[in-house]
Design a binder for this molecule. Structure first.
Ligand code: PLP
Length: 402
């Protein structure tokens, strides 16, 4: 290492002529790593990361084991096994009335993560802009950057105990360089489910400005309170410009398997497949085979999982209230936000750094999910995809310290 590089805050060193490229220089360790390390060191209950402590369907696990033992361990087709593509197409038709041809309009990927990265690599040229809502899942900005594009975040607006779309702000954020809009519903980290009216407003803007919409719907089955998830692809005029992404990880509590899928018009899916083949080519043969069967009866499984998660969410929400924090509404997903100002904290980062020592609990500052500068810094994210006893312990500890 002859030259002296400049380390950024997270420690990745690079110069113009040696070392890591600019596109990864601020992608080093994040607040997630810091908080997970804190949890490990202090033995705190980790309600930070969204790693589920939830059961998976027995039949699915057995099917995977059988597939492995029977020798189905070689490369699957690059676009995924036909049976899984058919199961995805059937799922989209059965649930949402969306009709896709499993040959050409459905692609199996290495998790939603690879689908998102491939989609942005496939759709963006250097200098393009990608719109997303703030707060947002951290992969979107990183993927835009890998594609040489730039994420422009439009903040969701607080309506008291939740978040709503500001359609005027979205329209105002569109420029001549905007190519793609990334929409995540049900939403991480807020637990928001975009309403039919909000989706219609987004669809109108996308059509007005010829944007391609990439949707992240990995929490599509984890919706509570009778709220309905609606894919934007099912709105008039949207099928032709939308790539819909989902995955098995959250639906079946198998986040380590990394099987995802994309559905959309053939032209867009082919573009995603072109990028994807040079990332992983293909993966997960035994998982793909087993999931093809499981997806056919996902509704039965998801009904129980939803009940578990709804119960956990209520426990956590009531517990946070009793601890004197102010939880927000969460209609879906794994997470809810809480306002930490009642405990005398102005910002969530300080709260989260002190919480493991004070209460034996780990949370993540919601500001970590903001790309723009105007984050509500007093919010922190707690996850409830945990065993009931983990949530009970965390809540009791929070109430004791209050
Ligand atoms: C968990 C998660 C993903 C990642 O999905 P994988 O299938 O595990 O790659 C993508 N988007 C959101 C919003 C998530 O919460």
């Amino acid at each position: 290492m002859g030259t002296s590089g400049t380390a950024d805050a997270r420690g990745i060193v690079g110069t113009a002529d040696w070392g890591p490229a600019a596109r990864v220089r601020d992608m080093g360790t994040s607040i997630f790593t810091e908080m997970t390390e804190l949890a490990r060191r202090t033995g705190a209950v980790n309600l930070g990361q969204g790693v589920p402590e939830l059961a998976s369907p027995d039949a699915l696990l057995k099917d995977v084991a059988e597939a492995v033992l029977s020798g189905n361990n070689q490369y699957p087709p690059a676009v995924g096994f036909p049976a899984l593509r058919e199961a995805v197409a059937e799922h989209q038709l059965r649930r949402y009335g969306l009709d896709y041809n499993p040959a050409g309009e459905v692609l199996i990927t290495t998790g939603a993560t690879e689908a998102l990265a491939s989609a942005l690599l496939a759709l963006c040229d250097p200098g393009d802009e990608v719109l997303a809502f703030d707060p947002c899942y951290d992969a979107y900005a990183a993927d835009a950057r890998l594609a040489g594009a730039r994420l422009v975040a439009v903040p969701l607006v607080s309506d008291g105990d939740g978040f709503v779309l500001d359609a005027d702000a979205l329209r105002a954020a569109v420029t001549a360089r905007t190519r793609v809009l990334v929409l995540n519903t049900p939403h991480n980290p807020t637990g928001k489910v975009f309403t039919a009216e909000e989706l219609a407003a987004i669809a109108e803007i996308a059509q007005e400005h010829s944007l391609t919409v990439v949707t992240d719907e990995v929490y599509e089955h984890l919706v509570y309170n009778g709220v309905a998830h609606l894919p934007i692809a099912s709105l008039p005029g949207m099928r032709e410009r939308t790539l819909t992404i989902s995955s098995a990880g959250k639906t079946f509590s198998v986040t380590g398997w990394k099987i995802g899928w994309v559905s959309g018009p053939a032209l867009l899916v082919a573009a995603v497949a072109a990028a994807k083949q040079f990332l992983t080519y293909a993966s997960g043969t035994p998982y793909q085979e087993a999931l093809a069967r499981a997806l056919g009866s996902v509704e039965e499984w998801a009904a129980d999982l939803r009940e578990t998660l709804r119960h956990n969410r209520n426990l956590l929400s009531e517990g946070l209230t009793r601890a004197g924090l102010r939880p927000y509404r969460a209609d879906a997903g794994y997470f809810l936000q809480a306002d930490v100002r009642p405990w005398g904290y102005a910002d969530g980062v300080t709260f989260c750094r002190e919480l493991p020592e004070r209460a034996g609990v780990v949370a993540i500052p919601t500001s970590a999910f903001y790309e723009s500068a105007d984050a509500p810094v007093w919010l922190v994210r707690f996850s409830f995809c945990k065993r009931e006893e983990s949530i009970r312990t965390a809540v009791e500890q929070l109430i004791t310290v209050r």
